[in-house]
Design a protein around this ligand. Structure first.
Ligand code: PLP
Length: 220
């Protein structure tokens, strides 16, 4: 199956209120352009440098989303162009994004990443950390970032009940957050293996890579 036909097949399964982020990490420009020709304009990357290189050469109407873990010292390489940062999980990082956004005279939309999986390796905030963050005066003083929602990754497991419960938990935190922050509307959850469950549990944005572009080969 070609990138274009994979993309088309995925889009057919998505309700209208769900935004598709095509995860193009490790994939060459040609694959991205194939999806672009199929109408896709939102692409997700997990390495800032790789995203910046692609941004420099690919069509300027592409919206680039940073979906991976963000190192603070690299925020400056994407501050000019990034459309949405999914993986914000500390005040320090948010402060750096705010600082770099200000240099470019813009406001950068961000999602706070919540830790919902069982695995200790997945990044993210717990509910107490989230509440402490959004209630702090230091957070309220940042005016070049905007928290527009939450992102989370479920445990990598064949147990659909567990995955569903983790998504339910994230949705419930999302609904509470809407009451305290005015611009919250995005719930980024669901990947190739679990996006259908995520949508049933309230996702508004899915991040899909391998089902569109084929499996990734990290050896290259
Ligand atoms: C790689 C990645 C995805 C896409 O994963 P697939 O299983 O290929 O769809 C989604 N979200 C994040 C954070 C990722 O790093």
């Amino acid at each position: 199956m070609s990138v274009k036909s994979n993309l088309e097949a995925i889009k057919q399964t998505l309700p209208e209120h769900v935004t598709l982020v095509a995860v193009s990490k490790t994939k060459p420009q040609e694959s991205i352009l194939e999806a672009y020709d199929g109408g896709q304009r939102i692409f997700g990357e997990n390495k800032i440098q790789e995203m910046a290189e692609k941004w420099a050469v690919l069509p300027k109407d592409i919206e680039w989303h940073m979906i991976g873990h963000v190192q603070r010292n690299k925020v400056k390489y994407m501050a000019e162009f990034v459309s949405l940062i999914h993986g914000v999980d500390s005040f320090k990082l948010l402060k750096e994004i705010d600082k770099q956004a200000k240099k470019h005279n813009r406001t950068i939309p961000c999602l706070l990443q919540m830790h919902i999986a069982q695995e200790a390796t997945k990044f993210g905030l717990d509910q107490t950390e989230l509440n402490d963050l959004i209630q702090s005066e230091a957070f309220k003083a940042l005016d070049h970032i905007e928290i527009v929602g939450l992102m989370g990754m479920a445990t990598n497991t064949p147990d659909h009940v567990q995955i569903r419960n983790e998504f339910k938990q994230l949705k419930s935190i999302f609904d509470q957050l809407k009451g305290s922050l005015p611009h919250v509307s995005v719930l980024s959850m669901g990947m190739s293996g679990d996006y259908k469950i995520a949508i049933e549990e309230g996702s508004t944005m899915v991040r899909i890579g391998s089902s569109i572009f084929g499996s990734r080969n990290y050896a290259h």
